[in-house]
Design a protein around this ligand. Structure first.
Ligand code: CO8
Length: 255
């Protein structure tokens, strides 16, 4: 692949958006490659978690602005759907996706990070939804996911002002879960991915699914949680987890 590198380290996948001369801007070609990689990760029984990061000084500086310039209304709609499909595949993947934000995460780049399950940021990271500066609005999920993840007021502030925020501010509003020294970003992300990769994959998948649906299900969300909890209790992984607890050892869910 030309624009998206993929590396497998035992139970962890590492995805690097690799178009540094354009700050990893997401053209249709980059998105197509990302879609293939995400689908491969989701189907790979050996993988439990995956990290998405960027090459060079940006995570992703947005959708490709030159390409947006060529689009008419219909093309804009189609391009929005194309990116939304890829980002929803990340959000709904049975694997845990961590965004390791190494620099600019603007527009579609911030939306890509939002589609991941949580965000680890370098102290150099910059977040923002600057689309209004270009006379357009976000189209790859920010109006939906940002409001759900940081609340309506911050979502409106970021989307309507186009202001950029640094990693500390992003941490303070709950957009980022951990800020680390720039040089340690990948080590930290890999450590967290490894911690997750030791857990029972079925429990991870069911818990993620239940959390993902928490906003839409209302009171039925509790019933849904109970249903998925039942599935986790019925899984062979639960036998190992509880046996290991009483044997005072770490569980091994991958025998
Ligand atoms: N698209 C295309 N090229 C880009 C982009 C981008 N988003 N961002 C940077 N580049 C290019 C620059 O044009 C430049 O190319 P060249 O060397 O050929 O001139 C190269 O990357 C390096 O960029 P800069 O020289 O600008 O680097 P700086 O360090 O001076 O500035 C910034 C870095 C502040 C990140 C600056 O590049 C910038 O403001 N970039 C644009 C950020 C932005 O507005 N992002 C939002 C884009 S719109 C979007 O994401 C919408 C998503 C939803 C789409 C829905 C369907 C279409």
């Amino acid at each position: 692949m030309k624009f998206v590198n993929f590396e497998k380290r035992e139970r962890i996948g590492i995805v690097r958006i690799n178009r540094p001369d354009k700050l990893n801007a997401l053209s249709p070609e980059v998105l197509e490659e990302l879609k293939l990689v995400v689908n491969d990760i989701s189907k790979d029984d050996e993988l439990v978690s995956a990290i998405i990061t960027g090459t060079g000084k940006a995570f992703v500086a947005g959708a490709d602005i030159g390409y947006i310039g060529t689009l008419d209304e219909e093309g804009g709609y189609e391009m929005a759907l194309m990116g939304q499909e890829v980002f929803s595949a990340i959000e709904n993947s049975p694997k845990v996706f961590i965004a390791a934000v190494n620099g600019y995460a603007l527009g579609g780049g911030c939306e890509l990070a939002l589609a991941c399950d949580f965000i680890i940021a370098s102290e150099n990271a910059i977040f923002g939804q600057p689309e209004v500066n270009l006379g357009i609005m976000p189209g790859w999920g920010a109006t939906q996911r940002l409001a759900k993840k940081v609340g309506m007021n911050w979502a409106k502030y970021l989307i309507l002002t186009g202001d950029r925020i640094d990693a500390r501010t992003a941490f303070n509003i709950g957009l980022v879960q951990k800020v680390v020294n720039h040089d340690n970003l990948m080590d930290e992300a890999i450590n967290i991915a490894n911690v997750i990769a030791e857990k029972g994959p079925t429990a991870l998948r069911l818990a993620k699914e239940s959390i993902n649906r928490s906003f839409e299900l209302g009171d039925f969300g509790f019933k849904y949680e109970a249903l998925l909890f039942g599935k986790s209790v019925g899984s062979p992984e639960k036998e190992e987890g509880i046996k290991a607890f009483f044997e005072k050892r770490k569980p091994n869910f991958f025998k």
